[in-house]
Design a protein around this ligand. Structure first.
Ligand code: HEC
Length: 129
């Protein structure tokens, strides 16, 4: 039983790693001309910010169909082309982008919501009239 679990773990681990590796190749060949990963910024947003703000699913969906999603993602127009890649490649590249930043915006939000619970009214800056 233990052996099976370890084997499964190894298989899953290797599969995940392979996706990120494959995704990096997809990134270099198809996205790097417009999206940087070193914060420099290009025609599209740097992927570190994207990794921080978006889920894997959002990244894969946007990469596949930027035209119909640009408004929902907060853009007033769509300049990113629709790329002729396989669904699997969109998933792999999303795994890669998502792997760039380990801590996500939703984690911070959760911390903030805890702060809300213990918030104490601060009167120190109030001006008496
Ligand atoms: C020709 C330039 C170009 C290429 C190539 C390109 N993008 Fe983009 N991308 C953009 C631009 C510009 C935007 C800003 C929104 C828009 O115009 O659609 C964008 C936006 C995005 C967003 C939304 C970011 C956010 O969080 O708001 C994602 C995700 C994305 N691109 C992924 C990819 C992936 C993955 C690839 C490669 C498979 C890729 N892009 C290739 C130009 C490009």
């Amino acid at each position: 039983m233990k052996k099976t679990t370890i084997l499964l773990g190894l298989l899953v681990g290797t599969a995940l790693f392979a996706d990120v590796k494959k995704g990096e190749e997809v990134y270099k060949a198809n996205c790097a001309i417009c999206h940087t990963i070193d914060g420099r910024g290009g025609m599209g947003p740097d992927f570190n910010m994207v990794s921080y703000k978006r889920t894997k699913e959002e990244i894969a969906s946007y990469a596949k169909d930027p035209y119909s999603l640009s408004e929902k993602f907060g853009y007033s127009s769509n300049a990113m082309p629709t790329l002729p890649l396989e669904d699997e490649e969109f998933k792999d590249v999303a795994d890669y982008v998502s792997s760039l930043v380990k801590f996500k915006e939703w984690m911070i939000k959760r911390k903030d919501s805890k702060k809300e619970l213990v918030k104490v009214e601060d009167n120190s800056t109030k001006i008496d009239s």
